[in-house]
Design a protein around this ligand. Structure first.
Ligand code: PEP
Ligand code: MG
Length: 584
């Protein structure tokens, strides 16, 4: 009998294959006292384990074919950087000295401190990055607890040989970026993990690599047998077990369809995104790191609609300085070669992050606390270097500055004042910048969406951050698994706020884009076009599919259908109207 397990489909596509269940190697980390006389030996043992861990990662890095996109190897580089950071090299040494404890235990204490800091961040992407800390710590601890450290190998799993993984569906509790990349090159077909959400490593990597993946499939390893034939439906987030010929036929057909579709989509690269009634739509990309710019160029996007700069602040104790900001921005500007780059100022969460977690009260509700522009305006020593760098970068190509999480117009005034001061500072230093650098704001707080005309009056462009707009409008924590089912992009309140923002921008004669996940989901393209959206910004891998949806749409007809939708108060008719917009 066929049955299905469900998780979150994070990377589209279908895989048919046999499972390979990965069981994590258990590791007991105990505390024991180290006598004074051998403290220095213990420190040497610890430093040696860091060396071995670095060598292991460098070896993994070398095994990755040069054709792999830069953003994938960057995950391994992040771990290498962490192994050189004082939080890993010095803090545990201090702990060994002061607590006179073994290296494994010192590392555990340091891990707990770091994870606490990450957990307090309200940016879900950064919060997910606590996984990096765990992956690095486990790698080093495994080396420490292994008698022959140099042969510690893969830190998490009994290492399966490459030939045994070929064609398999990997089922694990969670995967490190190194595991994910290596396994992909060993020919695995799909990933299923018990933990993680749409922003987890496995999700991001699987999307970039184009491999079907389902994350958050709780207890998958209890339900699935080893070497069991399964189908992974990355669209629906389902794993089908107990297959019969009818189901296999159906999914083989879907696979063929998907492959055909991919071939067709690749033909759209470089073609304009023009609707059936002749409207040109801007398709932009979201990036997280400078290396991602290559993927933007590869799909010939119109530019970068959202550059999340938070990565620059990660895994370090000091905020980046002006030159570091500038170097990252210049890299993207160079790769984009004349297409616009929208740099978002730091959307950091809890205020502890910049100083490596020392000091500052902990907010009980960080999503509603000192976040994004609120934090930047409070910590000008951290914010000013970024403002200077964005302005300076504008001398090298078309740059736009974007402010996240605006909730009151006073914040806009404060930013504009700071930018004016920064301009003067740069003039005094004789440094070039674009005098007309556009300054825009993200509309992701309902208050800002309601008052969009006011924001549109003072800003040069608006960008709707639906990921946050939905969570704040519906009071749904976007990363809380328990209430995920209530996270509804189609809620009338959300659509009304999006509509209001787009209208406000049009009335003020400024561009409005949408850069939340909705922009990259073809199920919503027609609806957004009908709401009047003319600029979409999304993960580069989804761009061509959105282009096709745009080309098949007629904005005039959709606008009429959406006008009708927004006037509909009957819940059933509302659902029907939504369906007809999505299908026609
Ligand atoms: C959003 O909130 O929609 C958005 C694009 O920003 P982030 O996901 O980085 O919060
Ligand atoms: Mg946001």
């Amino acid at each position: 009998m066929t049955f299905s397990l469900h998780g979150i489909g994070v990377s589209r596509g279908y895989a048919i294959g046999r499972t390979y269940l990965l069981q994590r190697n258990q590791m007991e980390i105990a505390e024991y006292a180290i006598p004074d006389a051998i403290i220095e030996d213990e420190i040497r043992r610890f430093l040696n384990s860091l060396d071995i861990a670095r060598k292991q990662l460098q070896e993994i890095r070398q095994q990755i074919p040069p054709t792999t996109p830069g953003d994938l190897t960057a995950f391994i580089d992040t771990h290498l950087l962490m192994l050189q950071d004082v939080t890993f090299t010095e803090a545990p040494v201090q702990l060994i000295r002061t607590r006179k404890c073994n290296a494994e235990w010192a590392l555990k204490i340091q891990r707990d401190l770091l994870v606490q800091v990450f957990e307090q961040m309200d940016d879900p992407y950064l919060r997910t990055r606590k996984d990096d800390v765990d992956h690095v710590v486990r790698r080093v601890q495994r080396i420490l607890v292994t008698e022959d450290p140099a042969s510690a190998g893969n830190p998490d799993y009994a290492e399966p040989s490459a030939s045994r993984l070929e064609g398999r569906v990997i089922v694990a509790d969670d995967l490190t970026p190194a595991d994910t990349i290596l396994m992909q090159h060993q020919g695995v077909q799909a990933f299923v993990t018990e933990y993680g959400g749409p922003l987890s490593h496995t999700a991001i990597l699987a999307r970039s690599l184009g491999i079907p993946a389902v994350v958050g499939a709780r207890n998958a390893r209890a339900w699935l047998g080893h070497d069991e034939p399964v189908i992974v439906d990355g669209r629906q987030g389902a794993i089908l077990v107990g297959l019969d010929e009818r189901i296999l036929r159906y999914y083989r057909h879907k696979q063929q369809q998907e492959r055909r579709e991919q071939r067709e989509l690749s033909k759209l690269k470089g073609k304009p995104a023009i609707t059936r009634d002749g409207m040109t739509i801007g398709l932009y990309a979201n990036i997280e790191q400078p290396e991602d710019a290559t993927a933007v160029r590869d799909v010939a996007a119109d530019g970068v609609g959202l550059y999340r700069t938070e990565f620059l602040f990660m895994n370090r104790t000091e905020a980046p300085d002006e030159e570091e900001h500038l170097a990252s921005y210049l890299h993207v500007i160079k790769v984009l070669d004349g297409s616009p780059v929208t740099i978002r100022t730091a959307d950091l969460g809890a205020d502890k992050q910049v100083d490596g977690g020392r000091g500052g009260p902990v907010s009980t509700n960080p999503a509603l606390g000192l976040r994004a522009i609120r934090m930047c305006l409070k910590d000008l020593a951290m914010f000013r270097p970024q403002l200077r760098a964005i302005l300076r970068a504008s001398a090298f190509g078309p740059v736009r500055m974007m402010i996240p999480m605006l909730s009151t117009i006073q914040e806009v005034f404060q930013v504009l004042r700071l930018v004016a001061e920064t301009r003067q500072e740069l003039r005094d230093r004789g440094l070039a910048f674009d005098e007309k650098l556009p300054i825009g704001g993200m509309i992701e707080v309902p208050a800002a969406a309601v008052c969009a005309p006011q924001f549109a009056h003072y800003l040069d462009f608006l960008s709707i951050g639906t990921n946050d707009l939905i969570q704040y409008t519906l009071a749904i924590d976007r990363v809380d698994d328990e209430i995920n089912y209530l996270y509804d992009p189609l809620h009338p309140a959300v659509l009304m706020l999006i509509h209001n923002t787009i209208r406000a921008g049009h009335k003020a004669g400024i561009p409005v884009s949408l850069c939340g996940e909705m922009a990259g989901d073809p199920r919503y393209t027609r609806l957004l076009l009908g709401l009047g959206l003319t600029e979409f910004s999304m993960h580069p891998t989804g761009l061509l599919e959105i282009k096709r949806a745009v080309q098949n749409s007629h904005v005039g007809e959709l606008s009429e259908a959406v006008r009708h939708l927004l006037r509909t108060t009957d819940a059933e008719k509302y659902a029907e109207a939504l369906k007809s917009i999505a299908q026609n």
